[in-house]
Ligand binder design. Structure first.
Ligand code: GLN
Length: 294
C-alpha cells in the first residue's frame, strides 16, 4: 500500500511538472512572436489560449481594436473606395464625388471623428483594393452576394434594388427577360448585372460603367443592357431612344457597405450610422435629392 501511494504521488508530481513546463514554454513562445496568421495544427483551443496569453501580456495594446480601426485612428482618416459612375449613389461633380453613398461615407467619417478620403476606381477592383488595404470600406451600391461574402464583411443593408433591362425604343424582339436568351448584352464589368447577363447569354460585353454600355446600345452594337434599376432609370431619362422594360432581369437584391473581414468593430460603427440614417428616413431623401438630371 505504502509503496503504491508513493508511486502514485511521484507520477502526480511528474505529470504536474510536465504540465507546468508545457505552459511555461508555450507562454514564452507567444510573447516572442506575433500570432501566426493561420495554424495548421494545435486546434482551436490552443489558438484561443495563445490569443488570451498575448492580450494579457501586452497591456499597451488597445483592447480588441481591429487593425483597420487602429490604422484609421492613427492616420486620422478613413478611405472610402467606390466607382463614381453609378448615380444616384455615386457620381463625379468636378473633383468631388457626390451621391447617396458619399453622404453615408461622410457620416461614417464624422462618427469616427476622422477625415474622409475617397478612391474612385474600377468597380471590379474594389474587393482586391479592400483586401490589399488600399481602401477601408466599399460603398458602391454594392450588392450582397454569397461569393462576395466569402471575401468581405458586409454591413447591414440600406437599399433594395433589382436588375433591369434597357433596350432601344421600338424593339419588338426583346419585350421580356426570356427574350434575352442568346442576345448581345452590355453590362458593367463585375457587377450583379454582369452575372445575371451570363445566365441568359454567352455574348456579354463588359464596360467600365453602365453609361458606356448604354451608348453602345444606342449605337446599335448591343441588344440590351442590364443594370440596377435606379442608375437605369437615370440613363434612360437622359438618353432619348432608350427604354426600360417592365419585366426585371432577376430577383431583388440589397446594397450594403463592406469592410475587411477583421474589421468587425468598423462594421458595428457603420451599422450604427446606417440605423440612425434609416430611422430618420434620410437615405430615401438622399436618393430623391441625387436622382436629378444635369
Ligand atoms: N449593385 C451592383 C453590384 O453590386 C452594381 C454596383 C455598381 O455598379 N456600382 O454588382
Amino acid at each position: 500500500m505504502k509503496t503504491s501511494k508513493k508511486i502514485l504521488a511521484l507520477i502526480l508530481v511528474l505529470v504536474m511538472a510536465v504540465a507546468i513546463y508545457g505552459c511555461g514554454s508555450g507562454g514564452n513562445a507567444d510573447q516572442a512572436s506575433q500570432p501566426a496568421p493561420e495554424s495548421s495544427n494545435g486546434g482551436s483551443a490552443a489558438a484561443e489560449q495563445t490569443e488570451e496569453g498575448k492580450e494579457a501580456s501586452d497591456p499597451g495594446q488597445e483592447d480588441g481594436m481591429s487593425e483597420t480601426m487602429k490604422k484609421i485612428k492613427e492616420s486620422g482618416k478613413i478611405i472610402w473606395g467606390t466607382n463614381a459612375a453609378f448615380p444616384p449613389f455615386e457620381m463625379r461633380k468636378g473633383d468631388e464625388v457626390i451621391g447617396v453613398d458619399a453622404e453615408i461615407a461622410a457620416k461614417i467619417a464624422e462618427k469616427l471623428g476622422v477625415e474622409l478620403e475617397v478612391v474612385d476606381m474600377d468597380f471590379d477592383g474594389l474587393i482586391n483594393a479592400l483586401n490589399a488595404n488600399q481602401i477601408d470600406f466599399i460603398g458602391a451600391g454594392f450588392t450582397i452576394k454569397p461569393d462576395r461574402e466569402e471575401q468581405v464583411l458586409f454591413t447591414d443593408t440600406y437599399f433594395k434594388a433589382v436588375q433591369t433591362i434597357i433596350v432601344q425604343e421600338g424593339n419588338t424582339e426583346i419585350t421580356g427577360a426570356t427574350d434575352l436568351e442568346g442576345k448581345t448584352i452590355g453590362v458593367q464589368s463585375g457587377t450583379t448585372g454582369d452575372f445575371v447577363a451570363e445566365e441568359y447569354t454567352e455574348d456579354v460585353v463588359r464596360f467600365g460603367n453602365a453609361l458606356e454600355a448604354a451608348i453602345d446600345l444606342k449605337n446599335g452594337r448591343l441588344d440590351a443592357v442590364i443594370v440596377d434599376d435606379l442608375p437605369a432609370k437615370l440613363i434612360v431619362e437622359e438618353n432619348p431612344g432608350l427604354v426600360l422594360l417592365d419585366e426585371k432581369a432577376a430577383d431583388d437584391e440589397e446594397y450594403a457597405l463592406a469592410v475587411r473581414k477583421e474589421a468587425v468593430d468598423l462594421k458595428d460603427i457603420i451599422n450604427e450610422v446606417l440605423a440612425e440614417l434609416k430611422a430618420g428616413g434620410q437615405i430615401d431623401e438622399w436618393v430623391e435629392e441625387y436622382s436629378f438630371l444635369d
